[in-house]
Write a protein that binds this ligand. Structure first.
Ligand SMILES: CC(C)(COP(=O)(O)OP(=O)(O)OC[C@H]1O[C@@H](n2cnc3c(N)ncnc32)[C@H](O)[C@@H]1OP(=O)(O)O)[C@@H](O)C(=O)NCCC(=O)NCCS
Length: 249
């Protein structure tokens, strides 16, 4: 689905101002993102997620940076996006309609990261059946995992694999210290929207409002609780006030 941002909107400005970070905090965010994006052997830490053997599927997962993804797998990923999404993109005129070159550029971007699920038969890795494309990004001054794409071959849909991959992304994002897991979904994509609703995604603050008439929604799942609102410090002038602060009234 790629990524949409509702630029120039008042709410975005407001949130940016509210989120205004000190330079030290910005550095911390940059470090968190760099740390996450530099990992090459991501799956090593997650043995339980290296395969998916449920509902008649037997798949094994691989993790790639765009530059390491085998060319035939990249070609397959582009073809799968096209066959799953072309009609929906064209009907909604999303990003001006389907465009192979733009999608290939997205898939080949140096910051693109992929989980690919391959069919596994008698221990042998065969055809790719599903993938997610994600990136580590800073959105509205917080570090997020942005899911650019989740695409499954028709033969492996409705077998829990989409949920498994999204839950895995969530785990990876939490472990890497991301504040949110974000994605963009076309309103016409009712199947995907149903899955995200089931997984507790909600519209992001920057998602277009209904009256703006856009054909997409920006969804998010918060992975950390918002920072508590700082109460202004009060001068404590007597023991009654002190007791009140410690034990409440
Ligand atoms: C959307 C997609 C990723 C869902 O993955 P999946 O493995 O088929 O979905 P799951 O089996 O994990 O289903 C999880 C939940 O999502 C919802 N869901 C999934 N597919 C659905 C469909 N076709 N209709 C209605 N609800 C659906 C259901 O609530 C389901 O829970 P349930 O099985 O307990 O009812 C997959 O169908 C796909 O790749 N579609 C084509 C590409 C696409 O649209 N990508 C998303 C772009 S944003």
């Amino acid at each position: 689905m790629g990524k949409k941002s509702n630029k120039g909107k008042e709410r975005k400005q407001q949130r940016k101002a509210e989120n205004g970070k000190l330079i030290g905090e910005q550095r911390e965010i940059a470090d968190t993102l760099r740390h996450a994006s530099e990992v090459k052997d991501l799956l090593k830490e997650y043995p339980a997620f290296q395969q998916y053997s449920r509902n008649g599927l037997n798949l094994s997962l691989e993790y790639y940076w765009a530059e390491d993804m085998p060319q035939d797998t990249q070609e397959w990923a582009l073809a799968l996006c096209k066959s799953n999404m072309e009609e929906m993109y064209n009907r909604a005129m999303y990003n001006g309609g389907w465009n192979n070159e733009i999608k290939l550029e997205e898939l080949a971007a140096p910051e693109a990261r992929f989980l690919v699920a391959y069919q596994k038969v008698n221990g042998e890795q065969l055809d790719p059946m599903a993938f997610v494309h994600f990136r580590w990004e800073c959105e509205e001054s917080v570090p997020v995992l942005y899911c650019y794409e989740i695409q499954l071959e028709a033969a492996v849909q409705r077998k829990g694999l989409g949920r498994f991959l999204m839950k895995f992304l969530e785990l990876i994002a939490r472990k890497a210290g991301m504040h949110e897991l974000m994605l963009t979904v076309l309103k016409a994509n009712t199947a995907a929207a149903a899955m995200y609703a089931k997984l507790d995604y909600v519209p992001h603050e920057t998602s277009p409002l209904e009256e703006e008439g856009e054909n997409y929604t920006i969804l998010t799942k918060r992975l950390v609780a918002p920072a508590p609102v700082q109460q202004p410090l009060r001068a404590v002038t007597n023991s009654f006030q002190l007791e009140n602060i410690i034990f409440g009234s």
